[in-house]
Design a protein around this ligand. Structure first.
Ligand SMILES: [Zn+2]
Length: 123
């Protein structure tokens, strides 16, 4: 085989290998993002459940039923914990997607963006 053809084939194979590896890496990141999104979905469900229970406490109190203050404190603590974990997950997802979240309005922006695409705030 012609040396130049051989070299060309090797180069193409090498590039193809890199492309496949890069695609694999990207697919891996997408799987991670999908997994994190499922966790985030579950966390949001948990958070809504805590809020529902807190709402029930309000209604019960309104109807003159005295609630256990420790139970209320525990629910509030769980609400804080869940919201904190959700914020961590959102940050990890944004990181994997190579994006950032606007600190002013929460809109997703590109990592290299200088200004928010939604509200125009400097990032
Ligand atoms: Zn914004």
């Amino acid at each position: 085989m012609d040396e130049k053809v051989k070299e060309l084939l090797e180069r193409v194979r090498g590039t193809a290998g890199d492309t496949a590896r890069a695609a694999g890496r990207m697919a891996g990141q997408m799987v991670d993002v999908a997994k994190l999104n499922v966790q985030l979905f579950d966390l949001n469900g948990e958070y809504n459940d805590v809020l529902r229970q807190l709402g029930q406490v309000m209604v019960d109190t309104h109807h003159g039923q005295s609630e256990d203050p420790e139970k209320v404190a525990a629910l509030l603590e769980r609400a804080d914990e869940t919201a904190e974990r959700a914020a961590e997950l959102k940050a990890r997802i944004a990181d994997l997607r190579q994006s950032q979240t606007c600190p002013a309005c929460g809109a997703p922006c590109g990592k290299g963006d200088k200004f928010c695409r939604a509200c125009g705030r400097q990032l």
